[in-house]
Ligand binder design. Structure first.
Ligand code: FE2
Length: 344
């Protein structure tokens, strides 16, 4: 047995984590070199290292100090300690094969985080479980940095879209208002389809600038009363390609340029500019197509009054499976009908 115990010591001394081996009562029977180093550096009782103390009584001391230290723990730390002790008990009782939790363990000099892992000690030995504390400070700091970076990037995307939106608002306030309404409706449809927060955010951005290509069309054509001539209609239709050209080199993490390019494509391939059909049209564009049609019918324009919400609902329903993705229509109709009810 002595020979075996010294082998255990050799093995755990080679590990980078701070490791303790507990017996069936939860008493610390063996610790590794890094455990001792941590204890010495953090004010543990010299030469003791918690050996002989019951780890399950840790919640009466501070987790950041070696067991046996009687420092009172702060409330947050007591919560972590209670969770750790409960996890150790679960593994000791055989209810689970592994318990893990990360926790902060700051020293006066630096912020630190550790990962506690508890696993059963198999085989014929006086030990019950292995308790390992791995310093994960670098990982946590990198994750925090990455999160901060990603939040800044998302804010930049939002600002970029707002700037683009403002550019069209200056030229054509009707289109700007229309884009905002379409974005609002598109997000409602997206929620009904079960899109996650990130997808909804991208959809809102795409819908907010879906007609950005109209910035390239002459203002007198955009809002001219009466029927457009064929060449004028072609100029308006070019806004889908123009919008894509404006946005295609911005590295959005959502398919914003495609949403803008494809929002006049139709489920049956009858749309423009490329006559795409079905799921070749990205989901965002299929949603914007429904929201765009609804808002275009119900909105007042300089050259015609808006029609009723129920007319728009009928139009969307008629287009189910032809102009529009049937699933998108099914998700949109309850929303649109609710609007019809509140408008009547
Ligand atoms: Fe459009």
């Amino acid at each position: 047995m002595l020979q075996t115990l010294s082998s255990y010591q050799t093995v755990i001394d080679a590990m980078s984590a701070n490791i303790a081996l507990l017996d069936v009562e939860g008493v610390i029977r063996m610790v590794n070199r890094n455990w001792r180093k941590f204890s010495d550096a953090n004010g543990g009782t010299p030469g003791e290292y918690g050996i002989g103390h019951n780890y399950l009584h840790l919640d009466k001391a501070s987790s950041c100090e070696p067991p046996g230290n009687k420092l009172a723990a702060a409330p947050e730390e007591r919560k972590n300690l209670a969770q750790a002790v409960s996890g150790i008990r679960e593994v000791m009782a055989g209810h689970t094969n592994r318990f893990e939790m990360s926790y902060p363990c700051h020293s006066p000099q630096e912020e630190r985080w550790f990962l506690l892992t508890v696993t059963p000690f198999d085989g014929d030995s006086p030990f019950s479980v292995v308790v390992a504390h791995e310093n994960i400070t670098q990982l946590v700091k990198s994750e925090k940095q990455a999160l901060l970076h990603s939040q800044r990037l998302i804010a930049t995307f939002k600002d970029t879209v707002e700037a683009i939106s403002l550019a069209i608002e200056m030229k054509d306030p009707y289109t700007a208002g229309h884009q905002r309404q379409v974005a609002d409706l598109a997000v409602g449809i997206g929620e009904a389809l079960g899109l996650d927060r990130d997808q909804l955010f991208g959809l809102a951005l795409g819908a907010s600038i879906h007609d950005i290509g109209k910035i390239s069309a002459p203002g007198e054509i955009l809002n001219r009363p009466g029927k457009l001539t064929s060449p004028e209609f072609m100029i308006i239709q070019a806004h889908a390609d123009a919008g894509h050209d404006i946005l295609k080199n911005i590295g959005f993490p959502w398919p914003i340029a495609d949403m803008v390019w494809q929002h006049h494509e139709r489920w049956d391939g009858s749309g423009y500019p490329r006559k795409l059909g079905g799921e070749d049209i990205c989901l965002g564009a299929r949603i914007i197509a429904v929201a765009d049609t609804f808002d275009a019918i119900t909105s007042h324009r300089p050259y015609r009054p808006g029609r009723s919400v129920s007319v728009a609902v009928d139009e969307i329903q008629r287009g189910r499976g032809t102009a529009f993705d049937p699933q998108v229509v099914d998700a949109a109709l309850p929303l649109l009908r609710a609007r019809a009810l509140s408008a009547s």
